[in-house]
Design a protein around this ligand. Sequence first.
Ligand code: ADP
Ligand code: UDP
Length: 240
Amino acid sequence: MNVTKGRQLYEGKAKKVFETDDPELYIVEYKDDATAFNGQKRGTIVGKGVINNKITNIMMTYLMEKDIPTHFVKELSDRETLVKKVEIIPLEVIVRNRATGSFVKRFGAPDGMEFETPVVEFSYKNDELGDPPINTSQALALKLATADEIKEIKKYALAINAAMRSFFLNIGVELVDFKLEFGRLPGGGIVLADEISPDTCRFWDVKTKEKLDKDRFRQNLGGVEDAYNEMLSRVVNKAL
Ligand code: ADP
Ligand code: UDP
């Protein structure tokens, strides 16, 4: 499949999105820019764009094998991937297997507390409002998604969690929590979109409990690039 990269439509915090000569396809380009705390902390993680592109594409391919529909079409280069154009549903879908991050801040749960059943929650994807937490009836009132779409999103989120937990356990990594985005295809139907990477997931080494994700950047723990590279090499070796 040959596509030509067209006009840049959008530059986000971590990626750029480009039109192509196919009206149903976009190219996403991953950057090394890193932000945290709603853009208040900024920096660069050298090589992050290449790593997140690769990890995302391996995970999307793995999930498609498990019957999860995704936007992934084809990796074009180190930093560029061809994806199906979707209308992003403005909900950040967060799945948690342990309490940490904002869950601990909001509810005072002990950091690292393990959940018997995974937690699914939503934030309203809106930078100006700081991505506030939102519940199902609020999302319905704002017409962000239909009841059927929310039901389907929850079902996919839990299936993705189960599949990804076993993938990562196999490479000695615990999937603590993560964020997903879903989109509507022009012809109807919902697919998993955006990315799955150390930017959007919390990964803890099973043995050492060392953090292998963006928390190293958020919390100034050092070894940020090493952690991203470690995740890349484990994921690539598993996929081979
Ligand atoms: P942000 O917008 O939060 O700064 P990024 O820098 O990752 O995030 O920008 C990528 C943007 O592209 C996000 O807004 C994301 O929702 C959107 N996006 C991801 N996949 C697709 C897709 N298949 N079609 C359309 N938009 C997408
Ligand atoms: N997350 C994300 N983008 C966001 C907010 C959260 O990818 O804008 C991910 C984050 O990396 C973590 C999970 O979602 O894996 C849960 O994040 P949390 O709500 O604990 O927020 P944080 O502590 O990052 O503010």
